[in-house]
Design a protein around this ligand. Sequence first.
Ligand SMILES: Nc1ncnc2c1ncn2[C@@H]1O[C@H](COP(=O)(O)OP(=O)(O)O)[C@@H](O)[C@H]1O
Ligand SMILES: [Mg+2]
Length: 358
Amino acid sequence: MKIELRDLVKRFEKAEAVRGIDLMVDDGELVAFLGPSGCGKTTTLLTIAGIYRPTGGEVVFDGQVVNRLAPKERNLGMVFQSYALYPHMTAYQNMTFPLRLKKIGEDVTRPRVERIAEMMGIAELLERRPGELSGGQQQRVALGRALIKEPDALLFDEPLSNLDARLRLTMRTEIKRLQSQLGITSIYVTHDQVEAMTMASRVAVMNEGRLESFLSPDDTYDRPPTVFVATFVGNPPMNMFEVEVAEESGQFVARRDGIAVPVDRERGAKAAAHDGSLLLGVRPEDVRFAADGVLGEVVAVEPLGREDLIDVETNGELIRLLTAPEVRPSLGDRVTLELDPQTLQFFEPSSGRSVLWN
Ligand SMILES: Nc1ncnc2c1ncn2[C@@H]1O[C@H](COP(=O)(O)OP(=O)(O)O)[C@@H](O)[C@H]1O
Ligand SMILES: [Mg+2]
């Protein structure tokens, strides 16, 4: 099923949670809603589910406006952070509960449960009650309960937040595998960028009730259309400082006092076409030590295992870089940095919009 939002607005008495969102989720696609706490992800999801009425705009399923349909008239499966299983029922009874409500008989439910439990590796656990299951197993049962109804779409709201880091890793792979196997259109709400980037074919980055970008994970990372997207996605975040870009004897250069950074032709030309200063963005993995470039002093060294995170102070700017541990400098070392000219981002300071990708 296709899910479309047309200029969706949701206002509460004291908050404008959703401020005009347009997007289309394709049939069978998994889209992530990613953004900081309070940006309107859950409100958008609950409006799609019909639990909230939109203040403005439309929710559209396969071309039909469904604003007036009650939640139970929308054939959706939902999975939340809290598993919301009935403690006195077995896993089997929890999973079949939605079907029993619809008076669907055991002859139909039993094979369905067995097939889904098999897919999720919980076939042996069906007679246990939630209290006898781990968090991960309970979340599998909750997912199973959502799938049992054979929904037209699945809505997830931070389903893995209660699980420990290792289990989150396996569960996100499992959910993704199951989703693509079944081909169920899915919306996956999370504030965890790694989850969003690894699971979704497109990521809707939200900020203060608005859609900042709706792109593939690679484009979200490599071609961020706004400063918000550039700095929210990526850890540690993108370095950002003000520069002026101009062409100097055939080479584009981004300058601020004491700093001169070469820029590749394509990006430089677009940046130089703008009057006044711009924000230059560069990711920590695109900065390296080099024979010449930007001079600075090492003010922090954080070993992260696979790589080191180094803070370099240069003319009042802090530039962070990720480097191989083999080249670890010492605090106070004078170093020279090269910023990969082909990865530089440029944003218009007042609007925060990219001058490269808009
Ligand atoms: N039921 C509600 N009543 C009033 N305000 C709400 C309600 N639900 C959410 N809000 C407000 O709407 C904004 C968005 O919340 P929410 O959609 O829960 O964000 P997220 O899921 O991205 O953390 C917040 O400012 C929140 O306080
Ligand atoms: Mg939420």
